[in-house]
Design a protein around this ligand. Sequence first.
Ligand code: SAM
Length: 263
Amino acid sequence: MKNRFIPYFGNKRKEFDNIDKQLPHSFDVFVDVFGGSGSVSINVKDKYNCNVFYNDTNQKLIRLINIFRNADDNLIKNIEEFNYNLIYKHKNIEEGKKYLDNLYNSLKHDDMKFIMKCFFSKLQLYLIQNIKIWQLPFNKKGFYNSPSKIYFDDYINTYSKIDEITNKDYKEVLEKYKNDENTVLYLDPPYLTKKITYGSSFNQKDIDYIIDFMKNCNCKILINPNFDEYYNNKIDDRIFLKEVYNKKYESRNKDNHCIITNY
Ligand SMILES: C[S@@+](CC[C@H](N)C(=O)[O-])C[C@H]1O[C@@H](n2cnc3c(N)ncnc32)[C@H](O)[C@@H]1O
């Protein structure tokens, strides 16, 4: 079955090859500390079949992932009905919006209401902010656009692969694995320069904290941020800049990402 990830800002779905090349030669446990869509966790699980632990502070995201992992027959039936009701032809955008509002109000299952807000709120903003403006899953001719469908079976399959899900601040996670030599911690924190903060106060002090931790722990750490001067100035004989790469698949995006490790 195909892996399908929750649509999410800043996901590293297309960058797994760059990340994979820089993973340590051997490890028993992989911890995705700023997990987001979980794309890196799932790709690591598929390739290495080691223990994979996912963490993120975003409570809505954790709720959504846990809904997929614990789905019962009743919810599965609700999703099937929902997907069926979405296939509808609209004359115009206003009618489309009204249709989605009515569909939302008619839902009885709380988890189903929550799923709809996550998937159809404009650009998935509901997941990181409290916004509910429908992102219309219809094309200009008014026909249903299949990418917005909820591929429930795929999501259940994908997210069930993760061994453990936690909802902690990154510092707590780092502390837990500090002395584990066979554990690799993958860090993809919010970018300092971006407007999307994921509701987090992550700032330069956090980067200082992480770099200092990298120099003093026994576990292996790989951090995968936007390449900028602040990170570049941190490179010394204990912290290695392994790779700088461009997100070529996004033609408008000029940002470089980089991989920094303590091994
Ligand atoms: C750039 S995204 C990660 C994207 C992810 N690698 C993917 O492939 O989807 C950063 C994530 O860090 C989470 N986050 C922000 N502050 C955090 C903190 N203090 N501790 C743990 N997670 C945090 C955000 O909720 C967000 O999901």
